[in-house]
Unconditional design. Structure first.
Length: 147
């Protein structure tokens, strides 16, 4: 089972004035966590999201995609990053999340989302997927069979 763990600041946490000095030991703890997941064979990807980077939001208006205002840089709306892991169960995903270090301030709350697996998709939809996206679906099936 694949899970995406997203990291965000605690929206109820009081903002501190100014930024705290960067702590090298905190970064090292996060990298050790990534290394532990990689060595355990569960880590597929792990990335941080740049809060100062350019971004956009795209929504729907009158049935067509349109650019919306945002993304906004309010702390409560920030997603600090994500982990994509493959484990046997939600309980194992929770176990890894509980081991995640703290201290960056952009990852106080970890949310675990189960990814869709081929077995979750009705056969009639799988047929449409293969017909509409043959090369993508073949690559997706290949990635799934390598696990």
């Amino acid at each position: 089972m694949r899970f995406m763990i997203t990291a965000a600041p605690d929206p109820n946490k009081a903002k501190t004035e100014g930024e705290a000095a960067f702590d090298n030991t905190v970064l090292a703890a996060y990298m050790k966590f990534n290394e532990d997941m990689h060595k355990a064979g569960v880590l597929i990807a792990s990335e941080g999201l740049n809060p100062a980077g350019k971004g956009a939001r795209v929504g729907i208006s009158r049935g067509k995609r349109v650019v919306l205002d945002g993304p906004f840089t309010e702390t409560k709306e920030l997603v600090g990053g994500f982990y994509l892991i493959e484990v046997k169960s939600l309980e194992e995903a929770i176990g890894w999340a509980l081991r995640c270090p703290t201290g960056l301030g952009t990852d106080d709350v970890l949310t675990i989302h189960q990814m869709t697996e081929a077995s979750d998709i009705p056969p009639q939809f799988l047929k449409i997927i293969v017909e509409a996206a043959p090369t993508w679906s073949a690559a997706w099936a290949q990635r799934r069979s390598n696990k």
